[in-house]
Design a protein around this ligand. Structure first.
Ligand code: AVJ
Length: 331
């Protein structure tokens, strides 16, 4: 999730100035180059979510084989009163990666006494569209949208009503996108954001057979492939890279031993791509590792939570134990 910079920023500044890149794009360039200059090439999966990528992700959520979104929404709907009761009065709800805030509406419908709602996302347009439609649907709720990368430090906006506690909502099993040690470190930082008396409501995808997992990341319609390949389009558009997108293919598989889906972009031929004035050579068949999506057993996740200073208070699952929604409190 956090590749180390291989190219000094000062070097990039010159090519970046030449390309007239703004600060976020320079940072994108720096992270992309660091990833693409590593032995196993990688790109941070957070860059999937520009406006087009966020639209593609919404389409993924509606795919028949993509069970997580549907299963999580079902768990929320079936257990919403129990979930709402863990929230104290006047609590500030902070959502990490709010996207379209579809799942949040179920929560907001059952939490009339919130001090405020902070949807947080890196996709600015998506965030503001969502905030506007939520403001119409919940006129008495103070909505404080925050355009930020939640993997980096950020400052919480101040609600006009004082909050008695803070609860972070982190649905979608996005925690699965972190390697296990990084997941623990990230939960530690969430515990700091929550503070004493705070909690975390989190969606965690569970271990299951490859026969269910692999189709979820390899849809026949090619939406997941388009989502993955969008990273290359983005670098072409925003960083003036020259990826020939036709020369790369989506590749996703379940690594059962470590319990994760890996998504890659495979180079279909030997080729050289230019990015930020640097040549990036590819062998035929070489891949860019673009995402991992870890699946947890319940004890595995409890151990990660405990190492981050959280205690698992409640676990809700679907009947087939495909997915879980868990409430953790700061110990
Ligand atoms: C954003 C973590 C929910 O890992 O399942 C969907 C993203 N990637 N299809 C996941 C994703 C490919 C997704 N999450």
């Amino acid at each position: 999730m956090t590749p180390t910079a291989a190219t000094p920023l000062s070097n990039l500044m010159s090519s970046g100035t030449h390309l007239k890149l703004d600060a976020p794009s320079l940072f994108f360039l720096e992270e992309a180059l660091a990833g693409l200059q590593a032995k196993q090439k990688t790109l941070p999966c957070k860059y999937f979510y520009n406006q087009y990528g966020s639209q593609l992700f919404d389409q993924i959520c509606d795919l028949p084989g993509y069970y997580p979104t549907r299963t999580e929404a079902g768990i929320m709907a079936d257990n919403i009163s129990g979930m709402a009761s863990v929230f104290g009065p006047d609590c500030l709800l902070i959502e990490y990666g709010s996207g379209s805030s579809t799942k949040t509406r179920i929560l907001l419908d059952h939490l009339p006494h919130l001090a405020g709602y902070v949807p947080m996302d890196i996709s600015r347009e998506h965030l503001h569209q969502t905030a506007e439609s939520l403001a119409l649907a919940y006129p008495h709720l103070e909505i404080l949208p925050l355009c930020a990368d939640y993997t980096a430090p950020f400052e919480l906006p101040q609600a006009s009503r004082p909050a008695l506690s803070r609860v972070v909502y982190f649905p979608g099993s996005t925690i699965g996108n972190f390697h296990r040690p990084e997941a623990a470190a990230f939960l530690c930082r969430i515990a700091e954001v929550c503070g004493p008396g705070g909690g975390l409501l989190i969606g965690v995808d569970l271990r299951k057979s490859a026969q269910i997992l692999e189709p979820a990341y390899n849809d026949a319609q090619g939406v997941t492939a388009a989502f993955n390949l969008n990273l290359l389009h983005r670098m072409n558009l925003e960083l003036s890279a020259d990826f020939d997108v036709e020369n790369f293919a989506h590749h996703a598989f379940y690594n059962e031993e470590v319990g994760r889906i890996e998504m890659h972009l495979r180079s279909l031929q030997a080729q050289t791509v230019y990015l930020g004035g640097q040549a990036i050579p590819f062998d035929q068949g070489e891949t860019i590792w673009t995402e991992c999506s870890y699946k947890y057993s319940l004890p595995e996740f409890a151990a990660v939570a405990a190492s981050a200073g959280f205690e698992v208070r409640q676990v809700w699952t679907d009947r087939e134990q495909k997915f879980s929604v868990q409430y953790l409190t700061v110990r």
